[in-house]
Write a protein that binds this ligand. Structure first.
Ligand code: HH2
Length: 279
């Protein structure tokens, strides 16, 4: 097993050198691409351990699907799903908690989670910013237009990149005003969250404009349906590994720091090669 020790917190860009891989462990029955696969705690634990062995810098454990059309789950249910997994990983595998709920984040941080990944960018639970600030955790602020149940109905922007950048800048200011150290914060354009296929690719094409905010950028394009759609299936619900790897490398070249992915080993290999090319 790779060694993992809990160190004194350092700035997020030191903790996650470019490129770093975040492995996805959805402890859910209904996630868009791995729903059910890691729903049993023993499967989620084994997957997380394997991802860390394969080179993930952190694994993102989530107990609520945010796929288009997903129904929300209660804090009790989310805790029931993630706590056994976090307990087993504590001290052995670095963990991020994918939640928008302060209660879930607080419990996860008590169990050693380092990062709070909030797809609502601290907008849905008024207590979450305080929980992050008090614990000095890392946080990822993600852009989403609308909310998961309806966000893909008819997403519209005048200029998707500048609107996403302005939103993230505003949320960054909100987080800092709430007492979160700026050097703990990363931002994410939220691929697939209230965006068309064209919006998603434009965000990657112009990712330098998001990186210009001065915070490390997280990108999650792994297996998302836009990848299946550009390959010719207009009804695709997921995209293949090959297209996930290409989009991760393209995002890295344009400034992404953390790539959030399902297939850790392949992404670590692809990004190692990309880094060798870029130098
Ligand atoms: N995408 C998903 C969930 N959380 N967090 C960040 N920061 N960025 C993302 O792009 C992102 C995210 C959706 O993917 P997944 O976790 O695989 O599916 P589901 O939400 O259905 O569980």
């Amino acid at each position: 097993m790779r060694e993992y020790g809990f160190n004194v917190r350092v700035p997020v860009d030191e903790r996650f050198p470019r490129p770093s891989v975040m492995g996805i462990v959805n402890v859910t029955p209904d996630s868009f691409s791995d729903g059910g696969v890691n729903f049993r705690p023993e499967d989620a634990i084994a997957t997380a351990r394997r991802m860390f062995e394969d080179g993930a810098a952190i694994v993102d454990v989530g107990g609520e699907s945010t796929r288009p059309g997903a129904e929300p789950v209660s804090a009790e249910e989310e805790l029931r799903r993630v706590v056994p997994v976090l307990e087993a990983l504590e001290g052995g595998v670095p963990v991020s908690i994918d939640t928008a709920k302060a209660e879930v984040a607080r419990r996860a941080l008590d169990l050693g989670a380092e990062l709070v990944n909030d797809v609502t960018a601290l907008r849905s639970d008024p207590d979450l910013a305080g929980v992050v600030a008090e614990s000095d955790a890392y946080v990822c602020l993600m852009h989403m237009q609308g909310e998961p149940r309806t966000m893909q109905a008819d997403p519209r922007y005048a200029d998707v990149v500048s609107e996403v950048a302005s939103f993230l800048e505003e949320r960054l200011r909100f987080a800092v005003d709430a007492g979160i150290r700026e050097d703990r914060i990363s931002v994410d354009p939220g691929i697939g969250f209230g965006k068309t296929v064209e919006h998603n690719f434009e965000l990657i094409r112009r990712l330098d404009e998001i990186a210009a905010l001065g915070r490390p950028v997280v990108v999650g394009f792994s297996r998302k349906s836009s990848l299946g759609k550009i390959l010719g299936d207009p009804d695709a619900k997921t995209g293949p590994l090959s297209a996930s790897l290409a989009s991760a490398v393209a995002a890295y070249e344009r400034g992404a720091t953390i790539l959030r992915v399902h297939d850790v080993k392949e992404h670590v290999e692809a990004l190692t090669a990309a880094r060798a090319v870029i130098g």
